[in-house]
Write a protein of this length. Structure first.
Length: 391
């Protein structure tokens, strides 16, 4: 990105804008924040089928509301971040005319209500005041709204009042109560203009939050969060276009996991074992997980090895290389790494696997045994420890 301060004119414009509390400054600030997010996003090279990627892009370009659906850790959040960023950099490719496309990201919580997302109330100096929820705020700022992990909240309840609006019609969502102003009804509406508009209408007095033709409601939905997931009912679900984000193939996973191994000497071992674990999950339909859930496994094992090597006094008195001196074929070292691998699995995926029904857990156990990713003794140990994670 070019440095705006290298250009005196741009700097002057920004400074004046900042002093005026100007929209332009606000936009500049948001773009800076988006650019910082982008720096992080660039580090992750997603291994995703080109066709899925295209579907996400075309669906967002073509439709008001799009939901990315798939098992946990398949990169739904990541791809959405990257694609929103891509659209921001070249809106014309997607048929957008808006400059500086930006999105407000929110993660629904279990206790979310319509009031939190759309329009709520609070008491201020003994008076009831209305409060814009995330949706109205996003429209007021002309920001897209991204609901990350919609399965965490009962979205049927939260969005029930705006179903009709989602299909393109105007709906009343409540009243605006502001200090010293008459109470007026608030409507959600759409406009053919590219950008969102908040309009104050006189006859009858009302406020209209009109989402622009280029405004988008995006979201991710984790389809297999076992029993905990809030299912989205048909009425709401059909208001969104759904794009599946399946887990990367084991071949792609090998590439992904290799990027998360620091210990060059054990690179092959890590890639082999963690990929076997991943494939063991993939081969049981209801136990499918994405790479995201296993990418921290190498870091855990490496840390465990490092700490053991620090604890073990070496012959030369140099603690740091003690374990490195032990040949990797050494039996006790082998057993130790196997333990670390099982622990890494437990801390990464145990929380999810603990929610599996007994049949599914058995099926997964057989698949893990066949894959030779965890030793039978270590799988038993994992299973014993899952009890503690069952809330
Ligand atoms: N296909 C992939 N290619 C490369 N990396 C991936 C892929 N899928 C997941 N990852 C890695 O996993 C991390 C976590 O993925 P992300 O959080 O986007 O998954 P998610 O689908 O949103 O998960 P959840 O449903 O749990 O929210 C990514 O940042 C990335 O490092
Ligand atoms: Mg996510």
């Amino acid at each position: 990105m070019s440095n705006p301060f290298a250009d005196t004119e741009a700097f002057e414009a920004l400074r004046t804008a900042a002093l005026d509390g100007d929209e332009a400054f606000e936009r500049y600030r948001r773009r800076e924040a988006a650019s910082a997010r982008r720096q992080v996003a660039r580090l992750v090279e997603l291994q995703l089928s080109a066709r899925i990627e295209r579907m996400v892009e075309v669906a967002i370009a073509a439709s008001r509301a799009v939901l990315l659906v798939g098992p946990p850790g398949t990169g739904k959040t990541e791809i959405l971040e990257q694609i929103v960023d891509r659209i921001d950099r070249d809106p014309a490719r997607y048929g957008f005319t808006t400059e500086g496309i930006d999105a407000a990201w929110v993660t629904p919580e279990e206790e979310w209500t319509f009031e939190k997302l759309v329009l709520g109330e609070t008491v201020e100096d003994g008076e009831i005041r209305s409060v814009e929820g995330d949706l109205l705020q996003a429209i007021a700022k002309n920001q897209w709204l991204v609901l990350d992990e919609t399965n965490r909240a009962d979205m049927d309840r939260v969005l029930g009042g705006v179903l009709t609006w989602l299909s393109g019609k105007k709906v009343r969502v409540g009243s605006r109560r502001a200090a010293g102003e008459p109470i007026v009804p608030v409507y959600l509406e759409w406009t053919d203009q590219a950008e969102c508009q908040v309009r104050l209408l006189d006859t009858p007095p009302s406020v209209e939050y009109a989402a622009g033709a280029e405004w988008r409601l995006l979201g991710t939905y984790n389809a297999v969060d076992a029993q905990r997931v809030f299912r989205m009912g048909q009425a709401l679900s059909r208001r969104f276009k759904h794009v599946p984000v399946p887990p990367a193939s084991p071949q792609d996973f090998e590439r992904i996991i290799a990027g998360h191994v620091s210990d060059e000497d054990r690179l092959e071992w890590f890639v082999d074992r963690v990929t076997r674990l991943y494939a063991a999950h993939l081969s049981v339909e209801d136990a499918q997980i994405g790479p995201g859930l296993l990418i921290d496994v190498p870091a855990y094992v490496e840390k465990g090895l490092q700490m053991a090597s620090y604890d073990r006094p070496s012959v030369e008195g140099d603690n740091s290389s003690a374990l490195a001196d032990v040949s990797p074929t050494d039996d006790s070292e082998d057993a130790f790494i196997e333990e670390l691998l099982a622990e890494a699995y437990l801390v990464s995926v145990g929380n999810l696997v603990a929610k599996y029904e007994p049949d599914l857990l058995d099926e997964l156990g057989m698949s893990i045994a066949r894959s030779e990713s965890l030793t039978p003794a270590n799988w038993l140990w994992v299973k014993e420890n899952l009890h503690a994670m069952r809330a």
